[in-house]
Design a protein around this ligand. Structure first.
Ligand code: SDX
Length: 429
């Protein structure tokens, strides 16, 4: 794979030839695995310049604002496919034909219900517990129920666990909401589509028959697609690292959920809507822009900026279209929060501070507006993100486990602590 190489000349005069590999898309990489033999580590906090693995699943061109799932542009997938087709694509590498899609959906539907004992886990939480805290606990606890599919080296176990996770994460997410509302849990209905089934389990009431609004179902399905995978982001790297130790897939996905919760990552959609509500009126926007630029103020403009995108996040563009559709369908096109969001976007994109740093709206900027319009409470936004990202985490985890050369992830460090010293008796300290 390596035709090019890079030369590293050390202070000692030693010259190291480091192999370089060229990707199908994106940046060349320098293989530094041999450095440790010369007593050296690389130093790259936050992994800004580090490729942690080889992958064939998702590609982002941050400068051009491009996102490809298995080579297909995200805007084409969001407009021409549904979430089940995209899930099949991420897991298998190709879009399904009609029969393949039908079989995939059947296999998902075999696993949409959760063990009745799992429902009792919820009783241990306060009703006002943050649903992400419940998700971390309950998804991790799934491994207590499925001893028949925990051998990660058995491909059949991996596939079965993948279907169980994708199917059950939606049911568990809805259960988090129902529990917080004091409403009875709703069983999945397998004649419904994945997104419709989720909204059914979220909002249907035993007192009357109702079906989710098809426009809201389409928006929910699109949100799932847009959040499904995103290269080696913080939570996906967490899943890969946890999986590299041989931990079972349910525990690895629970680790990913915990990592996604942070406001700098998946928690940004909840933080963004809270920020828009705090701004409260278009006239207050300049004060918040000023705070976002103030280095002494930890406030960041939630929903803006990205580690990789230094252009518009292509998901934000698709999300913005959906926001208008959903607000129109729900009669909220004059929603004051949307007005604030549109004005904030316009002002920020003209401000030199944001322009110079290439800080554009990201996936979280509009998703909160859509979710709120659908009637989903703010503290459930990151749960929706985790629900959607589960298929990406599972696809990345499966790719890693199947990689013959994969090792346990174990970064080194730049140690600047005390050199060795002796313990003094307490009387002499
Ligand atoms: C997601 O990685 C992924 O792919 C993640 C994700 C996925 O699908 O998995 O895309 C999902 O997490 C999207 C990002 C959601 N987070 C937010 O919206 C929170 C707000 N954004 C920032 O916290 C920040 O932009 C990050 C964390 C997203 C990116 O941080 P970086 O790459 O470490 O950028 P940085 O902090 O080095 O910023 C560079 C400069 C700094 O200023 P200077 O030191 O150069 O003067 O830009 C500033 C930062 O202070 N900056 C911001 C800002 N984001 C960066 N200033 C104000 N508001 C912001 N939002």
């Amino acid at each position: 794979m390596s035709e090019k190489s890079a030369k590293l000349i050390l202070p000692s005069g030693e010259e190291l030839d480091l192999a370089m590999y060229s990707p199908s898309e994106g940046n060349d990489v320098v293989d530094v695995t041999k450095l440790v033999k010369s007593g050296l580590f690389t130093y790259d906090p936050g992994f800004m310049s580090t490729a942690s693995c080889e992958s064939k699943i998702t590609y982002i061109d941050g400068a051009k604002g491009v996102l490809l799932y298995r080579g297909y542009p995200i805007d084409q997938l969001a407009s021409q496919c549904d979430f089940m087709e995209v899930s099949y694509l991420l897991l298998n590498g190709e879009l399904p034909n009609v029969d393949e899609k039908a079989e995939f959906i059947d296999r998902i539907n075999n696993h949409t219900m959760v063990h009745e004992q799992l429902a009792t886990f919820f009783r241990g939480f306060r009703r006002d517990a943050h649903p992400m805290a419940i998700m971390v606990g309950v998804v991790g606890a799934l491994s207590a129920f499925y001893h028949d599919s925990l051998d990660i080296n058995n491909p059949e176990h991996r596939v079965k666990s993948a279907f169980r996770l994708i199917a059950k994460v939606s049911t568990i997410a809805a259960m988090c909401y129902r529990y917080s509302m004091g409403h009875p849990f709703v069983y999945p209905r397998n004649e419904m589509s994945y997104a419709e089934n989720f909204l059914h389990q979220m909002f249907s009431m035993p007192s009357h028959d109702d079906k989710p609004d098809p426009i809201l179902v389409k928006a929910m399905d699109r949100i799932f697609t847009l959040h499904a995978d995103h290269e080696q982001n913080c939570s996906t790297s967490t899943v890969r690292l946890a999986g590299s130790s041989g931990a079972n897939p349910f525990a690895c996905i629970a680790a990913g959920i915990a990592s996604l919760w942070g406001p700098a990552h998946g928690g940004a959609n909840e933080a963004c809507l809270n920020m828009l509500n705090e701004i409260g009126d278009v006239k207050n926007i300049p004060e918040f822009i000023k705070r976002a630029k103030d280095k002494d103020d930890p406030f960041r403009l939630m929903g803006f900026g990205h580690r990789v995108y230094k252009n518009f996040d292509p998901r934000a563009k698709v999300m913005r279209e959906s926001a208008h559709e959903v607000l129109k369908a729900t009669g909220k096109q004059d929603d004051p929060i949307l007005k604030i969001a549109l004005e904030l976007e316009k002002i920020a994109l003209q401000d030199p501070y944001f322009v110079e740093r290439k800080l554009y709206p990201n996936v979280d900027f509009y998703s909160g507006i859509i979710l709120e319009a659908i009637g989903i409470p703010t503290n459930m936004f990151t749960v929706i993100f985790a629900l959607a990202r589960t298929v990406g985490w599972v696809a990345q985890w499966s790719e890693m486990i199947a990689e013959p050369t994969q090792k346990i992830g174990r970064p080194r460090q730049l140690y600047t602590g005390k050199s060795e010293r002796s313990v003094q008796p307490i009387e002499e300290r």
